[in-house]
Design a protein around this ligand. Structure first.
Ligand SMILES: Cc1cc2nc3c(=O)[nH]c(=O)nc-3n(C[C@H](O)[C@H](O)[C@H](O)COP(=O)(O)O)c2cc1C
Length: 274
């Protein structure tokens, strides 16, 4: 269960870490908390490795798959508001979370179940509301099997990401961006070049569409951004040589909602059937 009192998490400050530490020590087995036990408190600037357990995903929503398909659009204008940690967790679960518990199969299909993708969240300052506070700005890595985020880099990297994405404003303005990368070798060692040219991009499309549909179902907006300088995004995320960035998906509350009515759709078809 979500414990609001545990999450006054401004991790970038010593006070924030102190509060998180108290929260961690108070947390029960079912609580969402921050595991900071492995952090060397004598070096307060070194906070990478902090793990944030995300609220468990919900398997029931209020929007049908048909409505999500009909109302999905690429959204590039967001309200100046945060999304919640629950929403971020739900989006990450939809992207690449666990949907089968024997083998750890995922919400998105993957060639040979090799799962070449990695998923990151670039969280802006005040971008993700968590309990009474906010998730600390930073670059986080999603761990599907623990449904958690691990802080890789502290700070607001949205401006760097926006620059890397050819100044696409929505990357700067969204409170958070989900970024997909791939370790191509996981798939090419099984399928060779076919894995590189076909299977990994296909895997990515499945996972990214899940984000689009889940965002729509949550009343959020996103857009798949494929235009960016690979090396710059890799540096922002702190990627190793073997990992390639593929998509940036800014997420936020849409400035305007798109809604398709059945009547409008039927009229569209009828005009073309004449
Ligand atoms: C491979 C790919 C790359 C894309 N790259 C960008 C991008 O860099 N910036 C952007 O604003 N939209 C990007 N888009 C979103 C498309 O512009 C959008 O899907 C298209 O205009 C259709 O609109 P819709 O998504 O609302 O149906 C990309 C989409 C795909 C599939």
């Amino acid at each position: 269960m979500w414990r609001r009192s545990f999450l006054k998490i401004i991790l970038a400050t010593p006070l924030g870490r102190l509060i998180a530490g108290i929260a961690a020590s108070l947390a029960t087995a079912t609580a969402i908390y921050l595991d900071i036990s492995h952090i060397d408190m004598r070096k307060p600037q070194r906070i990478s490795g902090v793990e944030v357990f995300l609220p468990y995903p919900k398997l029931r929503g209020t929007v049908s798959v048909e409505e999500a398909l009909a109302n999905r659009r690429s959204v590039r204008e967001y309200r100046d508001e945060p999304i919640t940690l629950e929403e971020l967790g739900q989006l990450l679960w939809a992207a690449y979370g666990i949907s089968e518990t024997r083998y750890g199969l995922r919400t998105a299909p993957s060639a040979g179940a090799q799962y070449p993708l990695e998923v990151y969240a670039v969280v802006g300052e005040w971008g993700v509301a968590a309990g009474d506070g906010y998730l600390a700005a930073g670059v986080y890595h999603y761990e599907p099997h623990r449904h958690s985020l691990t802080l890789r880099k502290s700070g607001d990297f949205r401006r760097e990401l926006y620059r890397a994405a050819l100044d696409q404003r929505w990357v700067l303005e969204a409170p958070v961006s989900i970024v997909f990368t791939a370790v191509f070798a996981r798939t090419t060692r099984v399928y060779g070049e076919r894995g590189r040219l076909r299977y990994v991009p296909m895997d990515l499309g499945h996972a990214a569409q899940n984000v689009y549909l889940q965002a729509t179902a949550l009343g959020l907006g996103t857009v798949a951004v494929g235009a960016f300088y690979d090396e710059d995004v890799a540096e922002i995320l702190g990627l190793s040589e073997e990992e390639t960035p593929l998509y940036i998906m800014p997420v936020g509350k849409p400035a305007a909602y798109y809604k398709l009515s059945e009547r409008e759709l039927v009229q569209y078809y009828e005009r073309r059937r004449r």
